[in-house]
Design a protein around this ligand. Structure first.
Ligand SMILES: [Zn+2]
Length: 103
């Protein structure tokens, strides 16, 4: 059986954000993170570009705030309270009970 997945995309609007610009950042993140950005994780499949500081928390869509995570670690960060530690492009992700600098 053939199923319809989703509606055919409509033509791009000339207004709004620039898809080309975000695609360039995406490619930069891909080049910098051929595998998951978490130390010790060699996953190189289904990586997702992630904002280190979430947009909702004031993070910017810029090279210094983007890294790539595997779905496992992305879920940990988004839903399980794992925290990003380290410095720009030398980040790591740690579980909440492993915070090296608790408040
Ligand atoms: Zn990972």
């Amino acid at each position: 059986m053939r199923s319809t997945l989703y509606p055919r995309p409509t033509s791009r609007s000339a207004s709004g954000s620039s898809p080309r610009r975000s695609a360039r950042r995406e490619r930069a993140a891909e080049a910098r993170y051929p595998t998951c950005g978490v130390r010790g994780c060699a996953n190189d499949r289904f990586l997702q570009t992630d904002h280190v500081v979430a947009l909702a928390d004031g993070g910017l869509t810029e090279d210094g705030n983007l890294w790539r995570l595997c779905t496992f670690h992305h879920d940990k960060k988004t839903y399980a309270g794992w925290k990003v530690v380290g410095t720009t492009h030398n980040w790591n992700l740690v579980p909440p009970d492993n915070d090296p600098d608790p408040p």
